[in-house]
Design a protein around this ligand. Sequence first.
Ligand code: PNS
Length: 160
Amino acid sequence: MRRIAVVPGSFDPITLGHMDVIARATKLFDEVHVVVVHNPDKHALLPIAQRVTLIEEAIEEAGLSENVVVASWSMGLLVDYCSDVGATVLIKGIRTQLDISYETPMAMVNRNLAGMETIFLMPEPGHSYVSSSLVRQVASLGGDVRPYVPHVVAQYLQGA
Ligand code: PNS
């Protein structure tokens, strides 16, 4: 049986921290779905389709295409996407205590809704302060985002 996991998020844009978690997930599962979901609590920078394209390019660039599927989901609950593709586990990256506080209720709700387990993975400590919101801010003010995002994302954000 193929072991399938879902890495969900806003990915607005995908960062090196996200990439680190996805790479770790590919070592644990046969198939990893990176799923872009609109988060109504966040003010979006990039359209969903653009985020998907950038993730596809970053995954290709990182040599992870073989067992990674990139998708978006706007049809309701994330657990319904998981059930559609046969995924049994959600994977989230945890950087700090703040992430644990933010992620714990979602993990509990997803477990209550559909018995979906969540596995938390820690990225490299060097990525622990990187966030999409920080990248959006640095990019919007004309700063260099190359230390924080995949090459293709930096190129896109900096209009190269
Ligand atoms: O990167 P984010 O914004 O922290 O990701 C949050 C996200 C998109 C994973 C979360 O909002 C989500 O799962 N949304 C889908 C709707 C859903 O299933 N909600 C109930 C469980 S939290």
